[in-house]
Design a protein around this ligand. Structure first.
Ligand code: XMP
Ligand code: MG
Length: 182
């Protein structure tokens, strides 16, 4: 285990089993269709890569990169700025948004509204992690891998100060690493 990690919440094996299960569910769901899978950079990258390889229907991939204005490293401010938009037209398409974690829900709520405005045919959300205690926006994922407690988690795409995204598991940082920042 990495020296900055206090505790592993979800192991590599648990994540792999969950990706398989979600992939089977999505294969049924999108059978005979051609959904557009949209990864939210950068956090969703490992999950997107693993879960999409468990889906056996045709699909297309694209990416968005968004950041929130004026938030801290650990909390979203709610005002979303698009750093990289899609290359694909979403009008009439079935969209599957892939996220690492839903906390306040503000990021996803912005994206869902944007895609509806752009006339997507349907918008579904799959998130690896859900932190329901953090929610301020009225948004719910269609598929949730794991619920996590109200603790800052890192690994498997999730960062603190751009570090730890490459860890193969989800863990909790030792408090001294982030100096108690809120
Ligand atoms: P909202 O609050 O808009 O935020 O749902 C989602 C984004 O906030 C980040 N986030 C975290 N990142 N560990 C992280 O590494 C966490 O515990 C955490 N909680 C929220 C993340 O970027 C996510 O996309
Ligand atoms: Mg992030």
């Amino acid at each position: 285990m990495h020296n900055d990690i206090k505790e592993i919440l979800i192991t590599e094996e648990e994540i792999a089993a969950k990706c398989k299960e979600i992939g089977q569910q999505l294969t049924k769901e999108y059978e005979g269709r051609f959904p557009l899978a949209i990864g939210v950079l950068k956090g969703a990258l490992p999950f997107m890569s693993d879960v999409l390889r468990e889906i056996e229907t045709y699909l297309e991939m694209d990416f968005m990169d968004v950041s929130s204005y004026g938030g801290t490293n650990m909390k979203s401010s709610g005002e979303v700025k698009i750093l990289k938009d899609l290359n694909t037209k979403v009008e009439g398409r079935d969209l599957l948004i892939i996220e690492d974690i839903i906390d306040s829900g503000l990021t996803l709520s912005y994206l869902v509204d944007l895609f509806k405005y752009r006339k997507a045919n349907s918008v579904k959300i799959v998130t690896l992690l859900d932190k329901p205690t953090g929610r301020t926006a009225n948004i719910k994922a269609d598929i949730v891998g794991f619920e996590v407690p109200d603790e800052f988690v890192v690994g498997y795409g999730l960062d603190y100060d751009e570090k730890y995204r490459n860890l193969p598991y989800i863990g909790v940082l030792k408090p001294e690493v982030y100096g108690g920042e809120e």
